[in-house]
Each structure stands twice: as structure tokens, then as C-alpha cells.
Ligand binder design. Structure first.
Ligand code: C5P
Length: 238
């Protein structure tokens, strides 16, 4: 018996016969403005899934523990069931998006060291900004757990900046989510695709991520397919 546990903006989570394993399905849809705009894009689920899989395998090969167990179809994975930490960890290497609009800046300047922002995952509250002491006070994650997740984000940032540079793209910013196993181990969960990061072409600064949909710049699936092909080539080169 498989039961739909959660229908997200671009993915669904289903139960499996194994209580410790979930099935994730990547959908052919994208939302912008926190779900306020939703559209269907044929082939997008396949491309986002393939990119996320390559990135998660690359991270695993470099010592990052993730929820990914097995890929069972071009749009589906089996993942370890974990208790999701309701926080979004956003790392920014370059001024863009809400960092630019919030502080009245043009996009494009490097941020060194990278800016780290945490948001509380809550649709009714529109994912508000949260700091470490608030997240601790609300019982969402202890200071030590938050520090551990940020340490993983920093390691992942270094690994992915190198991977995307090799693939001819600048990793502008990205969002990560983590889960906790019953023994308290923190693992990387959710996904890594151009739905939750910004990638700019190294030479032209062209957008190669969900901003092409948010800003109506180019075809979403075609853009994701190009990102996928570039990552595949970069990984083959070694
Ligand atoms: O919109 P903003 O500039 O804050 O987004 C920063 C990064 O985090 C972007 O790569 C965006 O795609 C990602 N993000 C996300 N999910 C959210 C908010 C931001 O994946 N709910």
C-alpha cells in the first residue's frame, strides 16, 4: 500500500511497504512566488530529478550523508524516512534575488564570505526569516544542531562551487534542507536542482535556473536540460 503523505510544489512523497523508506516523485510543474503561480512543464520533473541525483551522488562521494537510497525511475527515488527540520538554509555567494531587493542592491556583486540566512518553513506564515536563538527557543533545532547543519552547508558550498564552475556556471545562491534520523544523525534531505538554486553562465551571466520561469526569460525544461548536460560533461571529465 502506497499512500500520498505530502504534495509539495514540485514533488510528492509517498509511503512504501518499508516504514523507514519513502518514495519521492518529481513532478512536471514549477511554482513561483511561494506557490502563488504554478505551471505545467513537460519533462521538467525528469530534468530536475536527474540534476538532483547527480549532485547528491557527487556530494555522497565527497563524504556528505544524504537521504538518497535508490533511483527507481527517471522521476522517482527511494529515500530514507527522516524527521524533516522545518528550516531552509540559504547560502548566498553573489547578490541576487531577495538579498538584492531587500537591501536595495543591484544583482551581481560577490559576497565573501558567503551570506547565510535561515528561514522557518511555514506556508501560512510565508517562510519568515528566523535566527538561531528563535529556532532554539521554538524547539525547532538546538544551537548545536543548527551549527552542524551550517557546517554541512559550508562544506557543500565549497564542493558545489567547484562542480558548477567546471560546468561553466556560477553558483550564485542555493537553499538546503536537512532531516534527522531516529538516532539524531543529521542528513541532507530534499533535493538540489535549479528549482532551489541560482546558476549563472560563467561567461554571459545568463540565468540557468528557476528565475527563467519567475522572470519569463526562457523555456524552463530546455534550460534545465542544458544544466544537466553541462553537469554530466563536467563529471565525466573528472
Ligand atoms: O528568493 P531568494 O533570493 O531569497 O532565494 C535564495 C535562494 O534560495 C534561491 O536559489 C532560491 O531558489 C532558493 N529558495 C528556495 N525555496 C524557498 C526560498 C528560496 O529554494 N522557499
Amino acid at each position: 500500500m502506497s499512500e500520498l503523505l505530502y504534495a509539495g510544489k514540485a514533488k510528492e512523497m509517498w509511503s512504501t511497504d518499508d516504514p523507514e523508506v519513502l518514495r519521492v516523485v518529481y513532478l512536471d510543474q514549477a511554482t513561483a512566488f511561494n506557490g502563488k503561480e504554478k505551471e505545467h512543464f513537460a519533462g521538467k520533473g525528469h530534468a530536475a530529478h536527474a540534476i538532483s541525483n547527480l549532485v547528491f551522488h557527487y556530494l555522497k562521494d565527497h563524504g556528505i550523508t544524504t537521504h538518497l537510497l535508490e533511483t527507481i525511475s527517471p522521476t522517482e527515488d527511494l529515500v530514507k524516512k527522516c524527521e524533516m527540520v522545518p528550516l531552509e538554509f540559504v547560502t548566498r555567494n553573489v547578490v541576487a534575488g531577495h538579498f538584492a531587493s531587500r537591501y536595495g542592491l543591484d544583482e551581481g556583486a560577490d559576497l565573501k564570505p558567503a551570506v547565510e540566512e535561515t528561514f522557518y518553513k511555514s506556508d501560512p506564515l510565508d517562510d519568515p526569516f528566523i535566527n538561531a536563538s528563535s529556532a532554539n527557543a521554538l524547539g525547532i533545532a538546538t544551537f548545536a544542531e543548527q551549527e552542524q547543519m551550517w557546517a554541512m552547508c559550508r562544506e557543500i558550498n565549497e564542493l558545489l562551487k567547484a562542480l558548477f564552475e567546471k560546468a561553466g556556471m556560477k553558483l550564485v545562491d542555493f537553499k538546503l534542507e536537512f532531516g534527522k534520523l531516529p538516532d539524531g544523525t543529521i542528513i541532507l534531505a530534499d533535493e538540489f536542482s535549479p528549482d532551489n538554486c541560482r546558476l549563472w553562465d560563467l561567461k554571459t551571466n545568463a540565468h540557468m535556473d528557476k528565475d527563467v520561469f519567475r522572470r519569463q526569460l526562457a523555456d524552463l525544461t530546455e534550460t534545465y536540460d542544458r544544466v544537466l548536460a553541462r553537469i554530466q560533461t563536467a563529471l565525466e571529465e573528472k
